[in-house]
Design a binder for this molecule. Sequence first.
Ligand code: PLP
Length: 405
Amino acid sequence: MIRSHAAPSVLGMHPSFDALMEITSRPPVVFVEGRGSWLRDQSGKDYLDFVQGWAVNCLGHCPDAITNAIAAQAARLLNCSPSFYNEPMIRLSELIARHSRLHQTFFTNSGAEAIEGAIKLARKWGQKYRNGAYEIITMDHGFHGRTLAAMSASGKPQWERLFEPKVPGFPKVQLNDLEQVERAITANTVAVMLEPIQGEAGVFVASDAFLRDLRVLTQREGILLILDEIQTGIGRTGKFFGFEHAGVEPDIMTLGKGLGGGIPLAALVAHQDVCCFEQGDQGGTFNGNAFATSIGCAVMEEIAKPGFLPQVIQTGAYLAERLQALSRKHQCGGLRGKGLLLAIDLGRKSGPRVVTQAFQRGLLINAPRQDSLRFMPALTVTNEEIDQMIDILDEVLEQMERILK
Ligand SMILES: Cc1ncc(COP(=O)(O)O)c(C=O)c1O
C-alpha cells in the first residue's frame, strides 16, 4: 500500500477529459501517486499494478534509485543538444555494450523511434553491402510500434487497412516457422526482424530452437537478424535480454520500455560491423539527453546488481505456479511467457470483462486479446503482492462463473 501523503489533486473530483484526444478507452479515474507495485487515484483508492505502464516501470513506481537519479541529474545537466557528448550518454552506451556484447548505441525517445532507426540502419547496410536490398521479413502478429514504418513492419491484423498506403518492404511470415522465412528470402531481403516474445499479440514465445535456426539461416544468407527487445529486454524475462535464453546474438536490437524505468528512453543497439550510419543519416533533438540517459544508467545498475535477475526468475516461477493453479481451479487454458512477462489463456473470450471487474476491485491487469490475460508487474514485485493479485483474480473469476450459471 502507498503510505506517503501526496498533495491533494488540483483537478477537483469531477475533472473533464474533453481537451484530450481520445486514443483509447480509459476508465474515468485519475492516478495521482505511485509507489512500488501500487498506484493511488484521486479519490485515495489504491490499486495493485500488474501492468506497470505497459511493462515500463521495471523497478516499480517511483523507486528510490530513479527518484534519486532524477534529482541528481536535474540539478546538474538536462540537455546540451545531441550535437555534443554528455557524461550519462557515454556511461549508458558503455553499460549496454558491456551487457549485450553489441557495440554501439543510438538513443531515442520511444520504442517506435528505435524501430525506425533499426529499419533505416538495415536499409543503409543493404545499400552499402547487399546491392540495395531493403526488405525486412517480419512476423504475423508482431508489434513494433505506431509510427508509419513501425506499423508497416507490425503484423497486427486490425492495422491491415489503417493509414494506407503503408511503407512497403515488410513481407510477413509465421512465428516459429523457419521454412516460411527461408521461402520469403529474396535478393531484396536485408534482414529478419522479430520479438523474442510477441508481447502485444498475447505473449507468444519465439522458441529457442527457432531463434537459433534463424541466426544460422541469416548468417548463411548474408542478411541481418534484428531483435525487438523493447518489451523483453532489461530483465523482463529473467535475463538482461530475451535472446540470452536461446544463446544467440542479434546484429541489431532495439530497447525501450524498461530501459528508462518510466522515463521516455529507448535505444537502437548494433554490432560494430553493421554500424554504417554516416553523419546526418540519423538524429533528433532529444536523443541521448543527459536527463533520460542518467536514469537509464540508474536502471541498468540496479538490474546488474548480483541477485536481481535470479530474483526475477524466482518471482516469475512463483507467479507462473500461482497462475497455473488458478487456471486449473477455473478450468482456464495454458500459461505462456517467460520470467515476469506471462499470459494465461482464459479458454473463453472474457478477457476485457475480467480486466474491468479486476479494476473495480483495485487490480490492474491487461487483456492483450479477448481470451487472454497478461501480467507484467514490476520486476521487484513480491510473493505477497502476487498472492494479493491472485486472490482478487480468483474472486473475479468466481463471481463471473456465478453469473454465467
Ligand atoms: C515489442 C515492442 N516494440 C515496439 C514497441 C513500441 O514502443 P513505444 O510504444 O515506446 O513506441 C512496443 C510497445 O509496446 C513493443 O512492445
